[in-house]
Design a binder for this molecule. Structure first.
Ligand SMILES: *Cc1c(COP(=O)(O)O)cnc(C)c1O
Length: 493
């Protein structure tokens, strides 16, 4: 029942501890330096034969070392990864292969425009696709992550108000917004104002009315929000904001729930960022690269980062002449290969396919929600979007916590869901199955969660000590961040 047999794998040393002195990975014939004809003379003090402290290993040692480590790892290719808010879904490998086409992978950012027409066309058309999907007018592809997109969008909102001399600097942020939202507001020098959500877990019009004044620049919310719920009052709230002179920012990182069903622009939203590295065929959680394009309504297009791609006649051009632009937010043009994957994904899925993606993501989450709600407490018992949030409330009487449940899931072969997030729910367990999991796998997940529920009652000890079958059991949750060891030093023994 575990995905790892502890006894079949020995401990793995650090690569620095493998091999032995003078061992080499690849043997090249040594060049006869006396015969080298070169006009470049290098100061001998800068030449070295060896770099001290580097691993001295053979090729097979390197291959086995990293293969072992990869086998101890858990990824979407090894099993279900129901990490809420993260959309850890299976991405078609073919899109990854397409990015390896030489025209893409070997393109140089200084390559002239005449030789980059195909690349510019992809960027231009991807912008159009994302405009269509969000229901907005223009898109910048430059930001390299979701939070980077938020910062870019907020900088545009700030520039918009500065241009109007409005003196507005406050941004309303609901308590169910993603944590990066208030952080992005602060980063660009505006002031986040926390807004409490109502009993149904969504934004409340009356609460917002009370907070609006002539210093409010915008509202910034996440939809679906971090409870996995659709913000049902967006239209009214957008109208209200616009009437009072503010703008509306929607964090669309979790667009997986809305594709082809809801256009945020149609609901009155002015700015949306998306995570290509969640919804559009780039894996999330791999440490990058990613892309967080930002879509805006026409009234903000004067502030877009430069350059923007334009089509003149049959050719594509980079336009740097946007007088009120917020400038550049990333070197060159953003992470182009991530754009290629999104472009290929959108073209291959088509409008119908994208809609089915979201329908399946939402159905899968609701299936889990309804199958498990008799076992795990559901703080907001509403139809959810692409993810659902349980808590450990029913398990408290057995001394079992969210952490124990999550760790025990590892023994059943599943990556744990997101835990203790969103912060508005105590002991949260946030499950996002995504559209790519087969029903059999989801059923197995549900079955495992029910087994864990029963274990909590009959044998809580087994949960307290879980995981039992992973390579390492409970680790210090913060030590790696607080006390990182970034340099290996040889121990004298
Ligand atoms: C993932 C996520 C983000 C942040 O995206 P990064 O690419 O990790 O910066 C922001 N908002 C929401 C709702 C998200 O799910």
């Amino acid at each position: 029942m575990s995905y790892i047999d502890k006894n079949s794998l020995s401990e793995e040393a650090l690569i620095f501890e493998l091999g032995s002195e003078e061992r080499e990975g690849v043997l090249y014939p040594r060049a006869d330096k006396s015969k080298l004809k070169t006009s470049i003379s290098i100061d001998p003090s800068l030449l070295r034969d060896r770099i001290n402290g580097m691993p001295e290993v053979s090729e097979v040692e390197v291959v086995r070392h990293y293969t072992h480590l990869s086998q101890w790892n858990y990824g979407v290719d090894s099993g279900m990864y129901p990490l809420g808010s993260c959309t850890m879904k299976y991405n078609p490998k073919v899109n990854e292969m397409i990015t390896n086409f030489e025209g893409f992978s070997l393109a140089h950012p200084h390559q002239p425009e005449e030789l980059s027409q195909g690349i510019l066309r992809i960027m231009y058309e991807l912008e159009q696709f994302l405009s269509e999907i969000t229901g907005l007018d223009r898109v910048t592809l430059q930001p390299a992550a979701g939070a980077h997109g938020e910062l870019t969008g907020m900088l545009m909102i700030k520039a918009y108000h500065k241009n109007k001399n409005s003196g507005r600097f406050k941004v309303l942020v609901p308590d169910t917004a993603h944590g990066t939202n208030p952080a992005s507001v602060s980063m660009c020098g505006m002031k986040p104002i926390k807004v409490e959500s109502n009993k149904q877990g969504v934004m409340d019009i009356d609460t917002i009315k009370k907070l609006i004044d002539d210093k409010v620049a915008a509202i910034m919310f996440t939809n679906p929000n971090t409870l996995g719920l659709f913000e049902s009052n967006i239209v009214e709230i957008s109208e209200l904001m616009h009437k009072e002179g503010g703008l509306v920012y929607c964090d669309g990182a979790n667009l997986n729930a809305l594709l082809g069903i809801t256009k945020l622009g149609d609901l009155g939203v002015d700015v949306v960022h998306m995570n290509l590295h969640k919804t559009f065929s780039t894996p999330h959680g791999g440490g990058g690269p990613g892309a967080g394009p930002v879509a805006v309504r026409d009234n903000l297009s004067d502030f877009l980062p430069i350059p923007v791609v334009e089509k003149i006649g049959e050719s594509y051009k980079l336009n740097y002449e946007i007088p009120k632009s917020i400038g550049k937010v990333r070197s060159f043009y953003g992470n182009f290969l991530v754009m290629v994957k999104a472009y290929a994904y959108i073209l291959s899925m088509g409008a119908e396919g994208l809609r089915k993606t979201s329908e399946a993501a939402v159905v899968n989450a609701n299936y889990i929600r309804s199958k498990l709600k008799n076992y795990y407490y559901l703080p907001y018992d509403e139809i959810c979007m692409h993810e659902c949030v349980f808590t450990d409330k029913n398990q408290h009487k057995f001394g079992v916590t969210t952490l124990d449940i999550a760790k025990r899931l590892i023994d059943y072969g599943f990556h744990p869901p997101t835990i203790y997030f969103p912060l508005v729910v105590s002991g949260a367990l946030m499950v996002e199955p995504t559209e790519t999991e087969p029903k059999e796998t989801i059923d197995k997940f549900i079955e495992s969660m029910i087994k864990i529920y029963k274990e909590a009652e009959s044998n809580p000890e087994v949960l307290k000590e879980a995981p039992h079958f992973s390579k390492v059991s409970r680790v210090d949750e913060v030590k790696a961040a607080r006390n990182p060891i970034l340099k290996w030093e040889k121990k004298d023994d």
